[in-house]
Every structure is written in structure tokens, then in C-alpha cells.
Design a protein around this ligand. Structure first.
Ligand code: COS
Length: 385
């Protein structure tokens, strides 16, 4: 749903300008230093990107899913680490509070999140609980007015910079399944929290992940999201479902960027006396990429519209994440192929994208988890979407 085309156009124009004039020129520096410059972070805050999806009542821009997708298509045109910086806060980091938090929790945290004053991380994955998220072992045991949290969370994006964590932990150790899990807002400066060393990753330099270790960390009971135990896994699944459409849009944006770069290179690079773009085998790679990109773009916008209509989009969100992330990987591979030897050199940038986008098929649910969600829904509902 687009609420007001004029206002959206102003927002998209400013995001597109920001991407082209500020972020694209900074890509190499960020890849080398592993740090996003402070003035870029300040600009993101000033543009309202940290409050993109939060309601206007809390100081956010309150965009619809379709509007969010349009912004992410634009943000995808540059290194994914830039999106990761604010996207983790406006997405999986804060949505648990927005969806299921009490009014007091929303009033306390959402305005600070929307302004960018507070960075939020999503702490679900553990060393032994990745795809099988419901098997998580971190415990939060009630002790008077507090819960005592023990356990380790792994690959937690933005954890070195987080002010709060949306933490999923087991409040009922006798219930080993999803029903024993609760969600909490945990302030990062609570005693008993240690952040591990920043992970060395294949790509996405500038976006940082690390372990988060909880040792006898006492979290006030008022921090239990929604004030109800046993709801945390469902909160996490709802958050991830929306996050999957968001990530799919980023995949489409990144694929557009790579394909545009590949087309430009193919028209400039000459072999056998003519631009390589004139060769049909190169055109085949361009054409396959274009067709798949168009399909992914269309399905992401369609899924966003359905979600805005209030429909259940569990299947569509997983279809988008599955197709768009796999498509993005294929486009990255073809783009490197079109660049040839130059595609393997860091100075051309395409190898960096090739590494960066590999993560899309893994996080917020692997491609195989998306297949499982889609297949299960089909069998359960006895219909196709
Ligand atoms: N919205 C609301 N509730 C949901 C839901 C959704 N999208 N998906 C599942 N639930 C509910 C189910 O309805 C079920 O509730 P009931 O017990 O009341 O019926 C409960 O959550 C448990 O669901 P389910 O039985 O499907 O859980 P499983 O353990 O079988 O796991 C998968 C489901 C595999 C889909 C889930 O663990 C998953 O998504 N794993 C990937 C995790 C992931 O994406 N990690 C990335 C971390 S963030 S980078």
C-alpha cells in the first residue's frame, strides 16, 4: 500500500541520492576499514532511516510494507553493510517490541529506536540452535522480580554496537519446544553480558557480528515482552516473516546493481573486435538475469501488498526470500563471469558483491528453511498460494 505517492517520491528520491552520492563512493573505504564513517551514520539518523518502519506516534516514518520494500530496493543498490546498520534496528531488532510489547515497553523504547539513539539487535541463534531455533538452550529463570539469563547467542548482527537485545530464552526448562521460549528486551549494559570478539566474515565488512554471552544476567521481569511467558518463539517467527520480505527486497536491489554494472562492462569491454555485449552467450547471461530479476521484483512487491492488506503471508514471505536470495546469487555469479578476469579482482568491486550477497541465502532462515515453511504451509492448508 502506498499512502501518499508524493511523499513517498520525496523519500525515495532522497534515499536514491544518498545511496549514489554518499554510500556508493564510500564502498571501498568501508570494505578496507570495516567501519562505516560516523558522518554517514549521522546522515542516516537525520533522514529518519532508523525509524523507517516504526509508527509516526513514536517518531518513526511509519512506512507500509510496500513503501518499505521500495526503500529497500533503493538501499540494495550499494554495499549491504549500510542497510544492515539501520535495517537490523528497524527490522528484526525492534519489531518484537512493536508487535507484542506492552504499551509501557513501546513507550519506553520505540521513540529512542526511531531516532537512532538506540541500536537494537535480535538474539535468537545459538551455537547449537540455528535453523532449529525452537531448540534454543539459553535459559531465563524467574527469581523474584527478575529473570536470571544464562547462555550464548551466536552471529548476532550489530551486537558490538547494540543498546538493547530482543532476546529469545527458555523460561520453562521442562518444555524443550517452542512453547518454553519467551522474548525479552535486554539492555546491553546489564551486568553479566559479554560481547565476543567481532567475527571475521566472508563479506559484508562494515556490518559486525559477534557472540553475546549471558552469565547470571539479571533482567527485570518488566522486560518480558508482552508480560507473558511462552510467547517468545511466536514473536520471533512473526518478526522473521516480515524480515524475509525486507531481505528479499534488498536482494532485488543488489541484483539490479550487479546487473547494471555487468551490462555497462559488457558494452565497454571489447574482444574479437566488438563489445562482448554483442555476443549472444553474454546476452544469454544478461537476459536470464533480467528475467529472474523482474520476477523477484514483482513477487516482492506483490507479497508486500498482500501483507499490507492484512493477509497471512507466511508462504509468500518465504517464497520471496527463497527466490530473491537464490536469484541474487545467480546474478552475482553471472556478473563475475561477464567481468571475466576483472570480476576476480577487488578493484572492480563485483567480487565484493559476490561475497557480500552470499549471506542472503543463509541468514533470517536458510533457503532450505524457506522451502520447509512453504512446503509445510501447502500441505497444512491443502492449497497453493
Ligand atoms: N507467525 C506466528 N506464529 C508462528 C509462525 C509465524 N510466522 N511460524 C510458526 N509459528 C508458531 C506455530 O504456529 C507454532 O505455534 P503452536 O505451537 O501454537 O501451533 C509455533 O510457532 C512453533 O512453530 P513450528 O511448530 O512450526 O516450529 P518448528 O520448531 O517446527 O520450527 C521453523 C519452524 C523451522 C520454520 C523455524 O524454527 C525457523 O524459522 N527456523 C529458522 C530460524 C531462522 O530464521 N534463524 C535466523 C535467525 S535471525 S538472522
Amino acid at each position: 500500500m502506498i499512502r501518499d505517492a508524493e511523499t513517498l517520491k520525496v523519500l525515495l528520491d532522497s534515499v536514491e541520492r544518498f545511496v549514489q552520492e554518499r554510500l556508493v563512493p564510500a564502498e571501498n573505504e568501508v570494505a578496507e576499514t570495516d567501519v562505516i564513517p560516523a558522518d554517514i551514520v549521522a546522515d542516516m539518523k537525520a533522514m529518519g532511516l532508523f525509524g523507517l518502519t516504526l509508527p509516526e506516534a513514536y517518531g518513526g516514518l511509519g512506512v507500509t510494507m510496500e513503501e518499505e520494500v521500495m526503500v529497500m530496493l533503493a538501499m540494495g543498490q550499494t554495499s549491504p553493510c549500510f542497510r544492515s546498520l539501520f535495517g537490523t534496528t528497524v527490522g528484526i531488532g525492534s519489531l518484537g517490541i512493536l508487535f507484542d510489547g506492552t504499551q509501557e515497553q513501546k513507550d519506553k523504547y520505540l521513540p529512542r529506536l526511531a531516532s537512532g539513539e538506540c541500536v537494537a539487535s535480535f538474539a535468537l541463534t545459538e551455537p547449537e540452535a540455528g535453523s532449529d531455533a525452537a531448540s534454543l538452550k539459553t535459559t531465563a529463570i524467574r527469581d523474584g522480580d527478575h529473570y536470571v539469563v544464562n547462555g550464548t547467542k551466536r552471529y548476532i548482527t550489530n551486537s558490538p554496537h547494540a543498546d538493547i537485545f530482543t532476546l529469545m530464552a527458555r523460561t520453562d526448562p521442562n518444555n524443550k519446544g517452542a512453547g518454553g521460549v519467551s522474548a525479552f528486551i535486554v539492555e546491553a549494559n546489564t551486568p553479566g553480558i559479554t560481547i565476543g570478539k567481532i567475527d571475521k566474515k566472508m563479506g559484508q565488512r562494515g556490518a559486525h557480528t559477534a557472540d553475546v554471552i549471558f552469565e547470571n544476567c539479571r533482567v527485570p521481569a518488566t522486560q518480558l515482552i508482552g508480560g507473558k511467558e511462552g510467547q517468545g518463539f511466536k514473536t520471533a517467527m512473526k518478526v522473521l516473516e516480515k524480515g524475509r520480505i525486507h531481505i528479499a527486497a534488498i536482494c532485488v536491489g543488489a541484483a539490479e546493481r550487479m546487473l547494471r554494472d555487468a551490462l555497462r562492462y559488457a558494452t565497454e569491454r571489447k574482444q574479437f573486435g566488438q563489445p562482448i555485449a554483442e555476443f549472444q552467450l553474454v546476452q544469454a547471461m544478461l537476459a536470464d538475469s533480467q528475467a529472474e530479476l523482474y520476477a523477484a521484483r514483482t513477487m516482492v512487491i506483490d507479497a508486500a501488498r498482500r501483507r499490507d492488506e492484512g493477509r497471512n503471508v507466511s508462504t509468500e514471505a518465504s517464497c520471496c526470500k527463497l527466490f530473491a536470495s537464490e536469484m541474487c546469487g545467480r546474478v552475482a555469479d553471472r556478473a563475475v563471469q561477464i567481468f571475466g578476469g576483472a570480476g576476480y579482482l577487488s578493484e572492480y568491486g563485483i567480487e565484493r558483491f559476490y561475497r557480500d550477497v552470499r549471506l542472503f541465502r543463509l541468514y533470517e532462515g536458510t533457503s532450505q528453511i524457506q522451502q520447509i515453511v512453504i512446503g509445510r504451509n501447502m500441505v497444512k492448508e491443502g492449497r497453493i498460494a
